[in-house]
Design a protein around this ligand. Structure first.
Ligand SMILES: *Cc1c(COP(=O)(O)O)cnc(C)c1O
Length: 514
């Protein structure tokens, strides 16, 4: 008999023992905790090395099945072939490249939106849709789901691309009209699919997020959606376990590939260095280590918003004195790192303590872990942070020295990896194609500081046109992907900008559903 894993939550409030498909739909537990599995599989090295015989979808299906998901193995493999199929620019999906002897790069940006969020968001919506369909058949759920997303850029596009045309789902994305890059905007407003909607919000990301949160909490709106449209709200954000599980897969996959290429000897450890924001990607690496991947150090790389690097150095998480900084790596610009809660729980397996830390953080803006927990954190993690200009300097240096063009997020990881590297083979995790953040790559190659204006001769170009200029400066770099190069000519499907606040968001949804 196949074993099905049940879940509990990091604050111990939810005693319903949900399965994988339950937690994918629910997202967050009642009581505010995050779901974690009751038990973990254990892989021996040979089981990991066997991955080299399999294409990526099979690797992913194997990990999911070993984690006891309540979807059959055959069906899981079918869904994985769709999740990691022809929409990827490399059939290996998450290939590993040795850029310098001993330093390998795990490229997580071959998906349709050219950034790391696709690794989870090409997969999770398929299981979300499957879960709804299973529960409708059993009469547990009668509605379809409306996914509401507030985005500062990358997540919105990746979620749209993932949920587009998925049965039983619709998705509406709200972005701050003042706050996304030209490329991010064009990627979103040209999104195809019959079940998608995109709206700008007059305001910044906080306005956008607060308005969406208010709509979630508004009972009258929720019951109107249920009675008039048979829809229930959901969020699909990065604390959803359904987004985390696919992020464990590529660390097993990478280890197997590195052994196959001779980058690491079978069973010998590697270190991984991950550019970190919400702590989802590096948490995937931690779980991979826990289930058997020979990883020694998990190196957390922060940009100037370095609350995580400071936490790993001191055991104190403190946002009371911190200003939010704008950086060339916007997808790592955070103050509250939501998946850290899972990490603290996994180190202690103590829901009471974890809940107390989270309450203290909410009430005082700060918490400190005890000595024992700090000790076990330091057993696994190392960390450092990189300034804006250091990250741009790193892009230019790695290009000049090694002919490999990094995006600004990956550059943060590369820089930290160089500073903290030890004897082990090193895996640097690359989270975006350089062209996704081409403006700062241009600055880097032209030695322009992050805070300075672009020179006159390029200042009037669109972001997309600027990519061609970067390509001239770095002709041997990976080509600009077609989906980005053609953005200036793509049809704009969504041009509406709405007022901030709950009313603005709700009336946009009402009109969109009408
Ligand atoms: C989301 C994102 C990150 C940060 O990942 P977390 O899981 O939030 O730590 C880094 N780089 C890019 C390009 C991203 O989109």
């Amino acid at each position: 008999m196949r074993r099905i894993t049940t879940y509990h939550d990091t604050r111990g409030a939810d005693i319903s023992r949900p399965t994988f498909t339950d937690v994918v739909i629910r997202g967050i537990a009642t009581g505010g905790g995050l779901y974690v599995p009751d038990e973990f599989p254990s892989f021996d090295v040979n089981e990991i090395l066997a991955f080299t015989e399999w294409p990526y979808p099979r690797r992913a299906a194997n990990v999911f099945s070993r984690f006891g998901v309540d979807v059959s193995a055959e069906r899981t493999e079918m869904l994985m072939r769709e999740a990691y199929g022809r929409q990827w620019s490399d059939p290996r999906i998450a290939p590993v490249t040795e850029v310098v002897p001993g330093t390998h790069v795990l490229e997580l940006w071959h998906g349709p939106t050219r950034a790391f969020k696709d690794m989870a968001l090409q997969c999770m919506p398929l299981f979300f849709s499957e879960a709804v369909s299973m529960k409708q058949e059993r009469g547990i759920v009668s509605e379809d789901f409306l996914i509401l997303v507030a985005t500062s850029g990358d997540t919105g596009k990746a979620a749209l691309e993932g949920f587009a045309d998925r049965p039983h789902t619709r998705i509406v994305v709200f972005y701050p009209a003042e706050g996304v890059s030209d490329i991010q905007l064009k990627q979103m407003v040209t999104q195809q699919g019959h079940n998608v909607g995109v709206f700008g919000v007059r305001g910044n990301f906080d306005d956008c997020q607060n308005a969406v949160k208010a709509a979630f909490a508004h009972e009258a709106f929720n019951s109107w959606l249920a009675t008039e449209h048979r829809l229930r709200l959901s969020s699909a954000n990065s604390i959803n376990w359904g987004r985390l599980l696919p992020q464990i897969v590529y660390y097993l996959s990478a280890y197997a590939d590195m052994v196959a290429s001779g980058g690491v000897r079978p069973g010998e450890p590697m270190d991984v260095c991950v550019p970190t924001g919400n702590f989802g990607n590096i948490l995937g690496a931690y779980y991979a280590k826990r289930i058997g991947v020979p990883i020694e150090r998990l190196i957390c790389a922060s940009n100037e918003n370095k609350v995580l690097a400071d936490f790993i150095a001191t055991g104190v998480y403190d946002i009371t004195e911190r200003e939010f900084v704008t950086t060339p790596s916007p997808s790592m610009d955070i103050l509250i790192s939501s998946n850290l809660e899972r990490q603290l729980y996994e180190l202690t397996r103590d829901a009471v303590r974890t809940g107390e830390w989270m309450t203290t953080l909410r009430e005082t803006g700060r918490f400190q872990v005890d000595r024992e927990t700090f000790g076990s954190l330091r057993e696994h993690f190392a960390a450092d942070s990189v300034t804006n200009d250091e990250s741009l300097g790193c892009i230019r240096r790695v290009w000049d020295d090694h002919g490999y063009l990094l995006d600004p997020h990956t550059a943060v990881a590369w820089e930290v990896a160089e500073r903290l590297r030890g004897e082990n083979p090193l895996l640097v995790v690359s989270t975006a194609h350089w062209a996704k953040f081409g403006t700062d790559v241009y600055r880097s190659l032209k030695r322009i500081r992050h805070a300075d204006e672009l020179p006159e001769e390029v200042a009037t170009l669109s972001d997309v046109e600027l990519l061609a200029e970067v390509q001239k400066l770095a002709p041997r770099a990976a080509c600009v992907p077609r989906s980005l190069a053609e953005l200036d000519d793509a049809e704009v499907r969504f041009a509406e900008v709405v007022d901030a606040g709950r009313e603005g968001v709700e009336s946009a949804i009402r009109r969109w559903l009408a």
